[in-house]
Design a protein around this ligand. Structure first.
Ligand code: PEP
Ligand code: MN
Length: 343
């Protein structure tokens, strides 16, 4: 981290600043120029409150040379993270599709969708049991019973399951779940992130509706600093001024995250667009730009879905997407330690 001081800083304030930085175990390299003095900080600057520094009278500018996320940073871990979920490899050139309904509704529904998406090539099954709904009057999910039905569908299809946790008090209920999803609305639920960091269970962390990619990586850091490094990042669209789609899909998240971090990056075109007809083109685009996988909502009867029917694909439409992705994959952009390799 570099601190540029204003010309002729007040000596008392400067000595207070130096004492404070030393108390944080930082070494300070002072270089005095003709017009300004620069302090180069050496050590773990992740503990420094950059906004506090910027607000000091004697400080002109502060620049971080190293990002404050260490565990997720590709600079410190150049090779891609690779792990398995119930034997399914994630990352390392694999392409996984997590498919299933927005919400688990009945045993017939989740089992029928699970069988259909498996037949089309999905490698993981999704389904929400605890649903984060904008309205308290909307269907809130089947909760524990939903988890039971999801595990039933796993037993029948052998697909590992991904489902969202909303509160840290629910952690014990998720013991048998294969991948814990932390949804967009909880990306900055820091207490939840800390607890999940102590589990040894893969996590799918979605980008918040109004969060930068840097903030996503800081949230990852909460999980990784607890010791859990099996994390999938998921871009699911962000809020912009555009109203034609539910959110705006930021596909550039793929090359940006690939450069900044070694973690696998998935795209969720369902929540990103909110419209079933837009899901196939965006799914194909995500595969083409080198995402490691997708999360897609599929329902056997979208018009009667209890949640997100408008963006849910029928099993037939999902099958079409999978066939198109098969054709695109050989020509997709690959990443060599975060650098795009064009087809
Ligand atoms: C979901 O995947 O069901 C969900 C609620 O997604 P998001 O957190 O991205 O809105
Ligand atoms: Mn949904």
């Amino acid at each position: 981290m570099i601190i540029v001081l204003k010309p002729e800083p007040d000596p008392d304030q400067l000595s207070n600043l130096m004492e404070w930085l030393k108390s944080l175990n930082l070494k300070i390299n002072v270089s005095e120029g003709e017009n300004s003095t620069i302090l180069g900080l050496i050590g773990d600057t992740s503990v420094v409150d950059i906004e506090l520094l910027r607000a000091l009278d004697i400080v002109d500018a502060v620049k971080r040379v190293q990002e404050p996320y260490k565990n997720a940073n590709r600079k410190f871990h150049p090779d891609d993270t690779v792990f398995t979920v119930r034997g399914v490899p994630i990352g390392n050139g694999t392409f996984n599709v997590i498919a299933g309904p927005c919400s688990i509704e009945t045993e017939e529904q989740i089992c029928a969708v699970a069988a259909a998406v498996k037949a089309s090539g999905a490698t993981l099954l999704r389904g929400g049991a605890f649903k984060p709904r904008t309205s308290p009057y909307a269907f809130q999910g089947l909760r524990q019973n939903g988890l039971k039905l999801l595990l039933e569908a796993r037993d029948r299809t052998n697909l590992p399951v991904v489902t969202e946790i909303m509160d840290l008090s629910h952690i014990p209920l998720f013991e048998d779940v294969d991948v814990i999803q932390i949804g967009a609305r909880n990306m900055q639920n820091f207490e939840l992130l800390k607890e999940i960091g102590h589990l040894h269970k893969p996590v799918l962390l979605k980008r918040g509706l109004a969060n930068s990619l840097k903030e996503l990586l800081m949230s990852v850091e909460y999980i990784m600093s607890g010791g859990n490094d099996k994390i999938i990042l998921c871009e699911r669209g962000i809020r912009t001024f555009e109203t034609a789609t539910r959110n705006t899909l930021d596909l550039s998240a793929v090359p940006v995250l690939k450069k900044l971090t070694h973690l696998p990056v998935f795209i969720d075109p369902s929540h990103a667009t909110g419209i079933a007809a837009l899901v196939p083109p965006m799914a194909v685009a995500a595969a083409a730009c080198g995402a490691d996988g997708l999360m897609i909502e599929v329902h056997n009867d979208p018009p009667h879905a209890l949640c997100d029917g408008a963006q849910s694909l029928t099993p037939e439409a999902f099958d079409g997407v999978m066939r198109a992705i098969e054709k695109v994959r050989p020509f997709a952009v690959r990443y060599d330690h975060g650098t795009p390799v064009m087809p």
